[in-house]
Design a protein around this ligand. Structure first.
Ligand code: GDP
Length: 361
């Protein structure tokens, strides 16, 4: 499955956040016999639709989609030079599908800042500089080979040209993601073989003081700093306390801080979206469940997420949109009102589709 690597300078609250994420582990709750890697936190994507479906179908349990967060050892200035931890750090990021930067915005004289002062902007630059330098090295290393190969292979000339264009962007101090080059873009596809870091989607967690949680001007400023990436604002220390509380107590604490949901929930939702994923829903007396597919997946691909045989033997999918189903109150009623559609193998799944697959075995 796809993973989000958590990176950040030392002392910004990464471990605090990651511990909260792992305690929130839905895998442990729902799959008691699953082996869980110590540096992976599997977090449920909050989905209130499952509660409603479970009521309609009388489902015994609810299984949300999940996102995997990986704790990546602290970045240090000079990581791109491949010193000690640096190599391992870059290798770990290379394996992640998205990069989540934790940025310190909280003030606390008892917690030392590696650069002596709290400055989100310069911290972001420090991390991005290491990633950019690593990408520049990869390109510089690959270019002579690409130029040579392009004499015989026309498509390598395209790759070489894309690499040179990427080099220009990086030399200006910009990440490829910020420049609009994503892995599914044409440029991104050409660059695939170079395994660059900054084409991965980014998201930013600002670890803020309580007053900043409700400071819209501050938040808008930070969001502008990291666009087109998404910014999430939370207080890691409070998040670690929230998960220890009963639901109603947690809600009370959140409301007292002017928040609607825990920061971890927001992080899971935004992270899931940043990975380019979406869900479809199934429901029955056993379980109401959200299944993970990439955006744009077809009905047979969606069936394959449940079981490869479902994809191979796919005949059709009976699809009811979540809203229609809730309005009708039952599958029978939705069918009677013509709200249940039979979709074939070319159907592109939509968010909130409630599905039953028909297949040959
Ligand atoms: P890491 O080095 O990035 O993993 O940072 P840690 O999670 O170990 O946190 C470093 C220190 O900052 C610890 O003493 C934490 O208790 C503290 N800390 C983490 N988050 C917050 C926060 O939101 N507010 C304050 N005041 N302290 C925090």
């Amino acid at each position: 499955s796809l993973t989000i690597g958590i990176v950040g300078l030392p002392n910004v609250g990464k471990s605090t956040l990651f511990n909260a994420l792992t305690k929130n582990d839905v895998l442990a709750a729902n799959y008691p016999f699953a082996t869980i890697e110590p540096n992976v936190g599997v977090v449920g994507v909050p989905d209130p639709r499952l509660d409603t479906l479970a009521e309609i179908f009388g489902s015994q349990r609810k299984l949300p989609a999940t996102v995997d967060f990986v704790d990546i050892a602290g970045i240090v200035r000079g990581a791109s030079e491949g010193e000690g931890l640096g190599n391992k750090f870059l290798a770990n990021i290379r394996e992640s599908d998205a990069i989540c930067q934790v940025i310190r915005a909280f003030e606390d004289e008892n917690v030392v800042h590696v650069d002596g002062k709290v400055s989100p902007k310069s911290d972001i630059e420090t991390i991005n500089t290491e990633l950019i330098l690593a990408d520049l090295q990869s390109i510089e290393k690959a270019l002579p080979r690409l130029v040579k190969e392009s004499r015989l292979q026309k498509e390598k000339a395209q790759v070489a040209a894309a690499a040179e264009a990427a080099q220009k962007i990086l030399e200006e101090g910009r990440t490829l993601f910020a420049a609009g080059i994503t892995k599914d873009s044409e440029q991104g596809r050409l660059l695939h073989e170079l395994h660059l870091l900054t084409v991965k989607p980014f998201l930013y967690v600002f670890n803020v003081d309580e007053d900043e949680l409700v400071d819209d001007a501050f938040k808008a400023e930070q969001q502008a700093l990291v666009a087109p990436a998404e910014a999430i604002f939370l207080n890691a220390k409070i998040e670690s306390e929230l998960i220890e509380l009963e639901d109603d107590e947690a809600l009370e604490l959140l409301q007292s801080m002017g928040q609607e949901e825990p920061g971890l929930a927001t992080l899971a939702r935004v992270g899931f979206d940043t990975l380019g994923l979406q869900t479809y829903l199934t429901a029955g007396p056993k379980e109401a469940r959200a299944w993970t597919i990439r955006k744009g997946a077809t009905a047979p691909e969606a069936a394959g997420v449940i079981h490869t045989d479902f994809q191979k033997g796919f005949i059709k999918a009976e699809v009811i949109s979540y809203d229609d189903l809730v309005e009708c109150g039952s599958v029978q009623e939705a069918r009677a009102k013509g709200k249940a559609r039979m979709e074939g193998k070319d159907y592109v799944m939509q968010d909130g589709d409630v599905v039953e697959f028909r297949f040959n075995v």
